[in-house]
Design a protein. Structure first.
Length: 143
């Protein structure tokens, strides 16, 4: 992983892993079930095969993606998200919700399948499980 941001910040360190051009879109393709190189490439017009290969390798090195050889001659791989990679689904959902509120035109929205009403993101205490109405971002003291 190349370090672009040498900052002690969760956002900066996350961007060091997923902040390159096309990376989020590649992850989104994997999240929606595209597992083969050519399927990902077809769904992302403008992304070169070399760049897709490079990004997949970097994502694998970062522990977000697994690859599995399914054809030896020529070598072909299928790709899947690790648990760490799947955990990014909330990030994508947040971006979809933001887009549904702020983009014109809007392409997607997230709804409750029972009522078809839009949903919102909420914060919950990991300890109690209760919804938290206000949050505070604070530094973690390192030793």
């Amino acid at each position: 992983m190349k370090t672009r941001y040498d900052l002690h910040c969760n956002i900066a360190q996350t961007l060091n892993i997923i902040g390159d051009r096309w990376t989020l879109l590649i992850l989104h393709e994997l999240l929606t079930g595209k597992t083969y190189f050519n399927d990902i490439k077809i769904n992302l017009p403008g992304l070169s095969a070399n760049l897709l290969s490079e990004r997949l390798k970097t994502l694998e090195e970062s522990g977000l993606v697994n690859s599995e050889l399914y054809s030896a001659h020529p070598p072909r791989y299928s790709y899947s998200l690790t648990e760490k990679g799947k955990a990014l689904e909330t990030v994508f959902n947040s971006m979809i919700i933001w887009g549904s509120e702020h983009l014109q035109p809007c392409y997607k929205e997230i709804v409750d399948p029972e009522t078809n009403e839009r949903v919102e993101i909420g914060y919950y205490s990991k300890k109690s499980g209760k919804r938290v109405n206000t949050i505070r971002i604070q530094p973690i003291e390192t030793k």
